[in-house]
Design a protein around this ligand. Structure first.
Ligand code: SF4
Length: 381
């Protein structure tokens, strides 16, 4: 077995753990906070970002949350200035994304983002239908989402993603078709569609446990997924990842790093990093994160070294999410053995049933395989 080559991360994730209101389905590391507390967080974050100076050249930067667009204009400038002053950004081809939620974006904020070189906005639309947005506990209406999209276009953003959720308890297939029709009319460069998951401890899951709402039946949810693929591909979106669709040349370069299981650096409360086979996480508690940075203490309470086999298995699992799959040549270059050396049993099993292919030594999930992707991936652990 060969020693893995040292790798240098060229992707940076920055976490903003604040939201205008907690959505009813959300278990992310995000909170409602006073503006003065956000200021303190940004000061701490600035210190962490300053620590990156001179270490890496980032080709992708992704500011996510939470709701980065909740920052006021001054806060936004402070954050973007800190990225600009302390990190080296790659050539002109770099991708710089900021997540924005309808109801929190203004023309002034959009212009500030543009001015600092942000070239991609990911809009948390989730649905265009007010009944569903209400159930999800979103702060905005479908109309707000359309207005945010138009505002971003008028500011000159040419690369916009929209996030959509399907599988809500009060949603019919025709509701979902309407959402898809609306998004196709808006014509973003990228569309991410996720099925609703009921996370432990969220108000929505409590409603489910108390029979206030019920889950959508599996057949309808599967039909929604199939409809998504059919509609978006018919309108020239490439289905390049299980849940993601893009126009030609607009795949999300930052997320591709995750799906290819390559190295990245994460800053901010609870952010993960993955460098040279070591996964680490920052302190998740926002108060402790601020305090520890202020006191120059260690802010990474969690580290794990994956080990070569686990790293390889995770790489296969993530690669199966991508429609392009993973080639033996790439895999071998990274891990020093072939895909069959380690996974021939799983490949044979799923190939027989038509769920994966291994033509020309490229392992890929098939269209049928997509519908049982979780089962397939679990066998590669
Ligand atoms: S806006 Fe996003 S991060 Fe914030 S509470 Fe809602 S789902 Fe969670």
């Amino acid at each position: 077995m060969k020693r893995l080559k040292d790798t240098v991360p060229n992707a940076l994730y920055i976490h903003i753990p604040f939201c205008a209101q907690k959505c009813r389905y959300c278990d992310f590391n995000s909170f409602v906070s006073e503006s003065t507390f956000i200021d303190k967080y940004l000061t701490a974050l600035e210190k962490e970002i300053a620590g990156l100076k001179g270490q890496y050249v980032f080709n992708t930067v992704y500011i996510g949350g939470g709701t980065p667009s909740i920052l006021n204009e001054l806060q936004l400038e402070k954050l973007l200035r800190s990225v600009l002053n302390n990190t080296m950004l790659g050539s002109e081809t770099y991708e710089y994304t900021v997540e924005a939620n309808p109801g929190t974006m203004t023309i002034d904020k959009a212009q500030i983002l543009k001015g600092y070189g942000v070239n991609r906005i990911s809009v948390g639309v989730q649905s265009f239908q007010d009944r569903q947005l209400k159930l999800l506990g979103r702060i905005h209406s479908g109309d707000d989402a359309r207005k945010t999209f138009d505002l971003l276009r008028s500011t000159g953003f040419k690369n916009i993603n929209t996030d959509l959720i399907f599988g809500c308890s009060n949603q019919s297939l025709s509701d979902w078709e309407k959402d898809l029709k609306t998004v196709i009319e808006l014509n973003p460069e990228h569309v991410s569609t996720y099925s609703l998951t009921y996370e432990e401890g969220t108000p929505l899951t409590r409603d489910l446990d108390n029979n206030v709402i019920c889950t959508l039946d599996e057949d309808t949810e599967l039909e929604m997924y199939k409809t998504t693929i059919r509609s978006l591909t018919l309108h020239a979106y490439h289905h390049y990842e299980i849940s993601n669709f893009s126009r030609d040349g607009y795949q999300c370069a930052h997320n591709l790093i995750y799906w290819q299981n390559k190295d990245y650096v994460g800053v901010g409360a609870g952010a993960y990093s993955f460098v040279n086979g070591v996964r680490s996480a920052n302190e998740k508690n926002v108060c402790r994160y601020i305090e520890d940075l202020h006191n120059n203490k260690n802010i990474k309470p969690f580290h794990e070294c994956l080990g070569q086999d686990r790293h390889a298995a995770e790489t296969i699992i993530m690669a199966l999410r991508l429609r392009q799959g993973i080639s033996n040549a790439d895999f071998c270059e990274r891990f020093g053995y072939t895909i069959e050396d380690q996974f021939s049993e799983q490949i044979d099993k799923f190939r027989r049933d038509g769920f994966v292919t291994f033509d020309n030594k490229i392992l890929k999930i098939t269209q049928e395989g997509l519908y049982i992707a979780d089962t397939i991936m679990s066998e590669f652990v």
